[in-house]
Design a binder for this molecule. Structure first.
Ligand code: DLZ
Ligand code: SF4
Length: 508
């Protein structure tokens, strides 16, 4: 029974479950289509990355003697469904469709209609590139009052055996070295950049296409330098392990002016579209630790992101969709200010986070959580606008990973499913973790004066505004105590200043 095997743009893995079933009389479909390229206005780099990586991946499949049906964007097919119909017409001998389950609820719903619409058997296989299946996560979650990442993560350490000693206990006696990942950056801290790749002919063609068809999408196409093949992505990761990882441990949360990458691997960009394999990455990092090349806080800190956070947010997403996407616990509704798109703001921290994002389709996790995310939380920006923004502008963003991270972790819109308290922070946090405040128009030590740091002002107003919903949260007690301890006149001055800033949000 020859079949059509559909590979989506974020499934570019040679070991993909659907590809493991491929035989030479099957046809493999990859399709550049309008719906996937524009369901949000993806950053130009993200489209270049995926189209170029899809084209390179198709070439490798052809070299391996597979029959490939590649739909390029110029063919103007509207959706993956339209591309499947097109391929079945081109190859009438095919009498079944097979694919690996999709990463986004939206598209998976569409795929679920194929069997009845096409009148053909459609086989959907598990995506075992992830370590924890949806069923395994549901089993873990079943009956738990709270779904905390830390406990899930410990299970995953036991399940994978990573960084365990001979007695199945965590090496160096501790599961989590998070506290050793938060060093403030010294004044002379120099970044070690991730590996960059010059565009080849395929990528250059895609850059032309993107400049032509996606001119109104954010970002510029001209400085694209990401890996677009598995081989390049592995080179980039090996470079990270050899050169950057040792420093990444200490400075995971640090931010330095004009250093967009610091010691970050940026390999989520490659991992999330399938160019890297999570098991291989973890083994490399564990090996570097065992060979004494990196300390435990670096190795554990990195592995935690992959087998802890990443698997955990995916599990939550599939457990809680579609309801999860509608959550807005704090009734946040203010429109997104224009500087989320152009970065033109007097707030240096926001200017840095947004300009890195627009230039590279990347900013690191603390910029995403504690700058752009924190600001959106404090200012009460509309959840849907914020989540769409994150989905659009980051090259590693697919809804399974973006939505829990934004709606749950950054915006607390899920009422604490993901985080036990909002990640709300004033300018003091940003000042501790970066050198941005020294280069800012606003005064980080001021909360009510003319140029008071907006993060300070909005932080207190956020607490006051949401007292009913957050005042009883056990982990917010200290924050509220500090608020209640302020004299009434000071509380009023803060709230007045916040009103002024909120009314003038567009011009901060
Ligand atoms: C993000 C994206 C983009 C920009 N374009 C395509 C495309 O043209 N064809 C495709 O198969 N996939 C694309 N993707 C990735 C999909 O949106 C992704 O596979 C789903 O959202 C599921 O995670
Ligand atoms: Fe950001 Fe405030 Fe620091 Fe300026 S002073 S960089 S607005 S935290």
């Amino acid at each position: 029974m020859p079949k059509l095997i559909v590979i989506l743009g974020d499934q570019l893995s040679p070991a993909l479950s659907a590809l493991r079933e491929a035989s030479t009389d099957d046809v493999i479909l990859l399709a550049e289509v309008k719906q996937e390229a524009s369901y949000v206005k993806h950053h130009k780099h993200k489209i270049i990355l995926l189209f170029s990586a899809m084209r390179h991946f198709a070439d490798v499949l052809k070299q391996q003697q597979h029959q490939v049906c590649y739909v390029d964007y110029q063919q103007q097919l509207s959706s993956i469904t339209a591309a499947v119909e097109y391929a079945l017409k081109q190859f009438p001998q095919l009498d079944a469709v097979m694919l690996t389950e999709c990463g986004e609820y939206r598209l998976q719903q569409e795929i679920n209609q194929w069997q009845s619409a096409l009148q053909l058997p459609v086989h959907i296989l598990e995506d075992d590139r992830f370590l924890c299946s949806s069923a395994m996560f549901a089993q873990w979650a079943d009956g738990r009052k709270q779904l905390r990442m830390e406990y899930f993560y410990r299970e995953m350490r036991r399940y994978t055996g990573l960084l365990l000693d001979s007695k199945q206990q965590p090496v160096e006696g501790q599961w989590n070295f998070d506290k050793a990942n938060r060093k403030s950056p010294p004044a002379d801290l120099k970044a070690i950049a991730p590996l960059q790749f010059q565009p080849d002919d395929i990528t250059r063609d895609v850059i032309k296409l993107v400049n032509d068809k996606f001119a109104d999408h954010p970002g510029s196409a001209d400085n694209f330098c990401y890996a677009v093949t598995g081989k390049q992505a592995r080179q980039a990761f090996n470079h990270f392990v050899a050169e950057q990882l040792a420093h990444f441990g200490d400075y995971q949360d640090a931010m330095v002016l004009d250093q967009p990458f610091l010691f970050h691997s940026i390999c989520s960009i490659y991992l999330n579209c399938g160019l890297l394999d999570v098991r291989w990455m973890c083994q490399k990092v564990e090996a570097a630790y065992k060979q004494d090349k990196v300390a435990i806080n670096a190795a554990e800190g990195f592995i935690r992101q992959l087998i802890g956070w990443r698997e955990y947010v995916r599990g939550l997403y599939w457990l809680l969709m579609p309801d999860y996407k509608t959550r807005n616990y704090l009734n946040a509704s203010r429109p997104l200010p224009g500087y989320y798109w152009h970065g033109d703001t007097k707030m240096r921290c926001m200017q840095q986070a947004v300009s890195h994002t627009m230039t590279h389709a990347y900013s690191h996790h603390i910029q995403r959580l504690m700058i752009t995310g924190n600001f959106a939380l404090l200012a009460g920006l509309a959840v849907e606008d914020v989540t769409d923004w994150y989905l659009a502008v980051y090259a590693d963003a697919y809804e399974w990973v973006e939505l829990p991270n934004t709606l749950g972790m950054a915006l607390f819109a899920d009422d604490g499913v993901l985080a036990s308290k909002p990640y709300a922070a004033s300018g003091a946090y940003i000042n501790r973790m970066s050198n941005y405040c020294q280069h800012c128009h606003y005064k980080v030590k001021d909360s009510t004066g003319q140029d008071a740091c907006p993060f300070n002002v909005l932080y207190w107003d956020f607490l006051a505004r949401n007292e009913e919903k957050l005042g009883n949260n056990a982990r917010m007690q200290l924050a509220y105590k500090n608020w209640y301890n302020k004299p009434l006149e000071q509380q009023q001055a803060l709230r007045d200043k916040a009103q002024e800033y909120l009314l003038n949000l567009e011009h901060l």
